[in-house]
Unconditional design. Sequence first.
Length: 520
Amino acid sequence: MSMLKNISTVGGFTLLSRIFGFMRDLLMARYIGVGMASDAFFIAFKLPNFFRRLFAEGAFAVGFVPLFSRALGKNITPESQKAAEAFASNILGWLFPILLIFLIIMEAAMVPIMTGLTGWENENPEKFDFVVELGRYMFPYLTLISLVSFFGGMLNAFGRFSAAAFAPIILNICMIAAIILFGNNEKEAAQALAISVSVSGVVQLVWLYAAVRRSGLRISLPKPRVSEDVKEFMRIIAPAAVGAGVTQINLLIDVLIAARMLPEGSVSWLFFADRLAQLPLGVIGIAVGTVLLPSISRLLSAKDYTAANAQQNRALEFSLFLTLPAAAAFMLISGPILATLFESEAFSSADVNASAAALMVYAAGLPAYVISKALTPGYFARKDTKTPVRFAIISLVINTALNLILIQHYAHVGLAAGTAIAAWVNAGLLYWGLKRRGHLTLERQTIVRLSKCLLATMIMAVTLYFVSGMIDKMFVEMGTNRLIGLALLILTGVAVYGVSVLALRTISIIDLKSFVRRNA
């Protein structure tokens, strides 16, 4: 199967997950709104999600997948599969008890942890007790989803992406069911959602384990032993946590500063803006990174450096082909999007305006987030996690400094701006590092295609600007007019971008067929 097909598979399931996620967010805006319960839930939810993205989907993935892929080899044989299974079983022997110990520690220390995160213990004791309660309900999700990532990484290395890509949909389905069945008031809805998060982790784990068994892989839970592979894995995983999770660390800093220094509701405004901004990152960026890492790892193990470079070029083309117009659209019509999706009695027009301002700024950093997802496999596949860490530290320092400066003048929008600027710094450093070492050379074809994509995006943006001004009255009041207006804007943007891409010959039908036929 070609790289584009694999990316499309992961991206398609991720898009479906995001659709269910939007349904969930619509219900949350309706049942929880913006206030004490929503701020408490979003901060409690951020804690296991932060560790999940940092370790389970970040450090663990970039440490485990290349080594597992190397054990498999470019051409999988019964012997290489057996060696890979033995390596995976030994890693599981270490992973499972460590996760259990970490869970126990975090549950016991939830009060001081939330004290450090929020500072609400004296300012608002009721809100503080509630966020501690929700945190304890949700933290088991980290243990469960880490095991899900373990089994998903094995399947991805085998080129089987569907099962792991479907797993996040289970989370959204569980949360939707919880809020519909138990959303009697804001507090009960938040409690039901928190419990449903951990329940979804159990369901996802059963789903992935069954998929691994169906694939013919046999994993045991042996007594932990220190082998050379385990030592190598441990050397990789610590710095990879920072290198892979720089975006999540920056977003967490936004939430911490908002909780401590900004008015109630700021955390929720950032959450809803980030949810929309994460759509292209999830559908495109994460899909590209998921497929690219095992693919490049196998090519490098076979010393096929030319093919590895070509795959990174194709990944950059595909990523920005879709991300550039999405970022421009979010910057231009963030208000109509948020008003149509979320405005209600619990989510006022003032909340819409506040979230829209943050979304516009987050969108400016979207291409950088996706570029980083396409570039980091170039380091991790070579087992270099130290260099991305250095770049991540620079990005973190810039983000924190800008947050503290910009928040004084632009409140929560200043936090979004600091994160977007830091994302571009990180992406630029990642590209510079690969280019300097000769590990990435932009092909002429890639430069031409990206230039044409940028021009097509500019044409689309100008068109959207004028059309949105012509129909802005459709978004004044809630109702079907908003849905019709938003649909008109989206269809206009898609049509203009599509026609521009074809007119500029950015990509031809022959190129698409070539992508589909090209083997990973």
